[in-house]
Design a protein around this ligand. Structure first.
Ligand code: SF4
Length: 364
């Protein structure tokens, strides 16, 4: 008879909240409230008992307990490597920048001092279409194509988005492939017309970066007061057209009070509570040492912000972080997924857009 022994998963984390203890497995994503019985069992899952008979299959199913011979880390690495280059895949993902130009000049923009600021020509847009369709046809089993429109400011080129989307949507329909898209924009040109165009072309998620209330917004984005107010009005209009509008509030110098004021303006004054969601984002500025310190401060400030926010606004109005496992750092680590620049040049990260040294090839 073979006796199987068990051990706790290396991915288990215990979190104390008030008098309660929660167990979270960062690999399976399972989360459970742990009582005395469960705790006793987890400390030594190989001790036979009545409760062990009930708990063992549940704990195994949720990944809290694994057989003692399992090398979870090796399993994880193998899974990631398979994910990088598996020729059989269900989805393809591209980030497309129809332009690297922008109407703003944000002080923190990673696209300042780039080598390329072009917009995509009609000819390149047609070549991008051919490139993506070729990749769809040569990849076995594709069921889903996702495009993320990026920039510069992508809404400076609505015609490119419209034409390329139409071509890709038509091709996907013929091949029974589900098409959907998202866009990252500063929102200044998210007019009713553009919001309707995006919605018609299956853009189901719009992410807009905001830097704070008027003074901070104008200072950080080098924008005018008119830009600020038009962008706010655009968000209100777009919220009736596109369901998933996410506002990313960039936190600068721990100014959580201003983020809270912006939340009030959007959710209270403009009555968008429950219609849009927002989240706080850390901005990577300063020296390495400063970044580590600032990030820790950011996490603490964010927790306080969320607590306060939760007492006042709809649960859906905050884009809460998921406890689900993130099994890949980014979809673009796959060897067949790229960011496509306006000249048809390819990058492996959207933060590399416009830097010649980071170009890894082109669509040709
Ligand atoms: S809006 Fe975005 S792309 Fe434009 S300058 Fe600001 S950060 Fe850069």
């Amino acid at each position: 008879m073979v006796i199987v022994l068990y051990k706790q998963s290396v991915y288990n984390s215990y979190v104390k909240h008030g008098d309660d203890i929660f167990l979270w497995n960062s690999y399976s994503g399972a989360i459970a409230k742990i009582g005395n019985e469960e705790m006793k069992f987890l400390q030594d899952p190989n001790v036979a008992s009545q409760s062990a008979v009930i708990l063992l299959p549940i704990m195994i199913k949720n990944g809290f307990i694994v057989s003692s011979g399992t090398d979870e880390y090796a399993d994880y690495v193998a899974m990631i490597e398979r994910n990088y280059s598996d020729p059989i895949r269900k989805s393809l993902y591209y980030v497309i920048a129809p332009t690297l130009a922008c109407n703003y000049k944000c002080v923190y923009c990673f696209e300042n001092n780039r080598d390329i600021y072009d917009s995509m020509s009609q000819k390149t847009s047609e070549d991008v279409e051919k490139y993506i369709l070729f990749n769809l046809s040569k990849t076995y089993g594709i069921k889903h194509l996702h495009i993320n429109w990026f920039g510069g400011e992508p809404l400076l080129c609505p015609d490119t988005i419209q034409k390329l989307s139409t071509a890709l949507i038509t091709a996907c329909q013929k091949q029974d492939i589900i098409y959907n898209a998202s866009i990252v924009t500063n929102g200044r040109y998210l007019s009713q017309e553009n919001a309707e165009m995006l919605s018609m072309h299956k853009v189901s998620k719009v992410q807009i970066s905001f830097d704070g209330t008027e003074n901070i917004y104008c200072e950080r984005k080098r924008a005018s007061s008119e830009d600020y107010h038009i962008t706010l009005e655009n968000i209100v209009t777009a919220a009736d057209i596109i369901k998933n509008i996410v506002i990313r509030i960039n936190i600068v110098q721990n100014n959580f009070d201003d983020a809270y004021r912006l939340a009030e303006i959007l959710l209270n004054h403009y009555k968008l509570d429950g219609k849009i969601s927002l989240y706080l984002a850390y901005t990577n500025e300063g020296s390495q040492e400063e970044r580590v310190k600032n990030h820790l401060n950011f996490i603490q400030g964010e927790q306080k912000f969320i607590k306060l926010f939760g007492t006042k606004y709809n649960h859906n109005s905050y884009h809460y972080k998921s406890v689900n496992p993130k099994l890949s750092t980014c979809g673009l680590v796959r060897d067949d997924q790229f960011c496509i620049g306006p000249r048809g040049e390819l990058y492996k990260c959207e933060h590399h857009f416009g830097i010649k040294n980071y170009i890894v090839g082109d669509i040709y």
